[in-house]
Design a protein around this ligand. Structure first.
Ligand SMILES: [Zn+2]
Ligand SMILES: [Zn+2]
Length: 162
């Protein structure tokens, strides 16, 4: 059997990385149908929408302690979001939590793009397995996000940032 854990008990991330371009053909592969907090609350909102699309509802806390709620896109590589409460400032690192129970989102690793944020995890099925999850950076404006599957990591091919 393949070793799933390192000697330190950390889950071993798959080494295979697939990069998919954000084209209409790939939109399903790069979209989340569901997202769950560590306690199993479904966070894909049917009530609040982002340009007609469903979004993921999250609670955030800014470095100054101010809190709010934001709706983010269910599509990887899509940075559109709607702040429902409070204020988000580009470049700030926020703490993210479930808006229902307040449980902080688990952190998978440090962001390998901006190097100041953490890759926060949402589970993609009620099984709450890291092997079917999405991780994204908690720095406002950092586009780093990846889908984690048992055998591979899927990232959206990013255009160069300006
Ligand atoms: Zn919750
Ligand atoms: Zn980042």
């Amino acid at each position: 059997m393949e070793e799933r854990f390192t000697e330190f008990g950390m889950w071993r991330m798959p080494e295979r990385v697939e990069k998919l371009e954000s084209t209409p053909e790939n939109s399903e592969a790069l979209s989340l149908g569901a997202a769950f907090c560590p306690k199993g609350h479904g966070l894909v909102s049917g009530e609040e929408t982002l340009a007609g699309q469903s979004g993921i509802l999250l609670a955030f806390t800014r470095p100054n302690g101010e809190t709010g709620r934001v709706l983010i896109s269910t599509r990887l590589g899509d940075l559109s979001k709607k702040v429902l409460e409070g204020e988000l400032v580009r470049g700030e690192r926020v703490s993210l939590a479930c808006p229902v129970c307040g449980t902080p989102l688990p952190i998978l690793a440090q962001c390998d793009r901006c190097h100041t944020g953490d890759m926060c995890v949402l589970y993609c099925s009620p099984a709450l397995s890291i092997e079917d999850s999405v991780a994204f950076c908690n720095v406002v404006g950092c586009p780093n996000a990846m889908l984690v599957r048992s055998d591979r990591i899927i990232r959206a091919l990013e255009r160069d940032m300006l």
